[in-house]
Structures are given as C-alpha cells and as structure tokens.
Design a protein around this ligand. Structure first.
Ligand code: ADP
Length: 256
C-alpha cells in the first residue's frame, strides 16, 4: 500500500510538472512551426533545402503531438465510475482496436457467459484497453494473436488482490515478453524501451492509475520470449451481480 501511495504521489507530481512543461513546449513549438511555414514560402527552389525544412517541420510536428498527449495526461479528469458490462464494452470497440493495431495481428475475445459487471469509468477503461492492446501489438512485430478475456477472481488470485470481489479484464500476447528488470519498471511513468519518438512510457502508468483509482489492480505476468498478460482487476458491481433481475443503477449500453 505504501508503494501504491508513493506511485500515486509520483503520478500527481509528474502530472503537474508535465502539464506546465508541456504547455510551454507546445507554445514554443507552435512558434517554430509558424516560422518554418513562412520560411517554406520564401525558400529558393533547392531540393536539399526543401528536404531539410521538411525534416524540421516533421520534427516539430512530432514534438507538438507528444506535448498534446502529455497535456491530455496531465489534465486527467475526475473518474466517473459506473456499472460496466465488460464483454459489451469490448464488443463495442473491437473494430476500433483492430484498426488501431493494423492487419498483421488478430484479436480474439473470450468472455464467459454471465460475467459479473464491474465499477469503472467506461471511457477510461476503453483507453486503458487500447493502451494494453497497442502494447501487445508492439510486442509482436512478426504478427500473431491478441486475446482479450474476462474472468472472475478465483482462490489463486486472492493473494494478489485487496479484499473484495473482482473481475479481471486481461490482454494476452505471444510476443517478446519482458525480462525481470523491464517487468519491475514497466508501470513507472515515462519508463519505455521503445526509443525516442516511439514510446512515451505513459501507457501502463495510465492503466495502473485507473486500476488503482478504481480500487483494483494492474498485474503483469510475462516470460521473456513467450509473451505477456496484462490483467486489469476491477471491483465487481456487487448489487447488480447479486440481484441481476432487480432494477439496478443505469447500465451503459453499447452498440454491438
Ligand atoms: P510505452 O508503450 O510508451 O513504452 P508503456 O508504459 O505502455 O509505455 O510500457 C512501458 C514498457 O513496458 C514498454 O516500453 C515495454 O518495454 C514494456 N511493455 C509493456 N507492455 C508490453 C508487452 N505486452 N510485451 C512486452 N513488453 C511490454
């Protein structure tokens, strides 16, 4: 619990810091882009100069896109937990997920019938699932299958979870896996092994933050060379699980 608190405080501090820095950076980059655009209009007809200018514009644009993501991260809104049917939520976004990861990797879903519903911010849960799915894709450069599954906590899971009843939303890949050092640091904000301009190192810390704020957990299991399973454990929406037929709180419906 002390670790979780330290992590939360770290995220908070980083959120404030990145918010300020990203804002200033964004303004600077906008000025750079504006000047480059003016220069482009007056550039003599020289392909080499043109290429240099294009490089500069692309770099500044990538920087701007990155600061936008940092701002979005810093502005994390208050969560609005609601009763969510995970199979429903996943069904509603499989097309989006498949488009986000491209055609080389296939998505399979596995949900048992009657999986209890959970309490979570539905929109943030979708973003978390997108992050996990993109990570899974990145771990499988040769292609493969990503399995998105749901299950109720069993006796074997209790040790890793706080008291209460939980449902797990997991994303499994058969990719590179992580070595022990990477696994230990993977959830840290800004930790990335993907190289400059590719990874931000914010994906898993976002998912971890959402799980923790939802009173759940993010657990990572990984074997080098075999693959990774990211498990987002979320608290069961008890009332609706026990009295399925009674009118419960409003349930978010998703188009199929
Ligand atoms: P990013 O994806 O931008 O690097 P994340 O916080 O999502 O940031 O992930 C941090 C690091 O954890 C990644 O750079 C990678 O080394 C490792 N990682 C995350 N998911 C996986 C996965 N499914 N397979 C292998 N490594 C992973």
């Amino acid at each position: 619990a002390r670790e979780a608190l330290a992590q939360a405080q770290k995220m908070e501090a980083i959120g404030q810091l990145t918010g300020g820095v990203a804002h200033d950076f964004n303004n600077l980059l906008m000025a750079v882009l504006g000047s480059l655009e003016l220069m482009g209009k007056r550039l003599p007809d020289d392909p080499r100069l043109r290429r240099l200018l294009d490089n500069a514009v692309q770099g500044a644009q990538r920087g701007a896109a990155l600061t936008q993501r940092m701002l979005a991260f810093a502005r994390r809104q208050e969560l609005k937990p609601e009763v969510v049917d995970l199979p429903d939520l996943v069904r509603g976004m499989t097309d989006l997920l498949q488009r986000s990861i491209g055609p080389r990797v296939r998505i399979e879903t596995r949900f048992p019938l009657g999986l209890p519903r959970v309490m979570v911010d539905a929109h943030q849960c979708e973003l978390a699932l997108l992050n996990l799915t993109v990570n899974a894709r990145d771990a499988m450069p040769e292609g493969g299958t990503i399995t998105i599954a749901g299950r109720e906590a069993g006796a074997g899971d209790a040790a890793s979870l706080p008291d209460g009843r939980y449902v797990c939303l997991s994303v499994t890949d058969t990719g590179t896996g992580m070595d022990a050092q990477t696994l230990a640091r993977a959830q840290e904000p800004f930790f990335t092994t993907k190289g400059v301009g590719k990874g931000t190192g914010l994906g898993l810390s976002m998912v971890q933050g959402l799980a923790a704020q939802s009173h759940g957990r993010l657990l990572l299991r990984s074997r080098l060379g075999e693959g990774t399973t990211a498990e987002m454990w979320l608290p069961m929406a008890e009332a609706s699980a026990r009295h399925a037929e009674a009118p419960g709180p409003a349930i978010r419906q998703r188009g199929s």
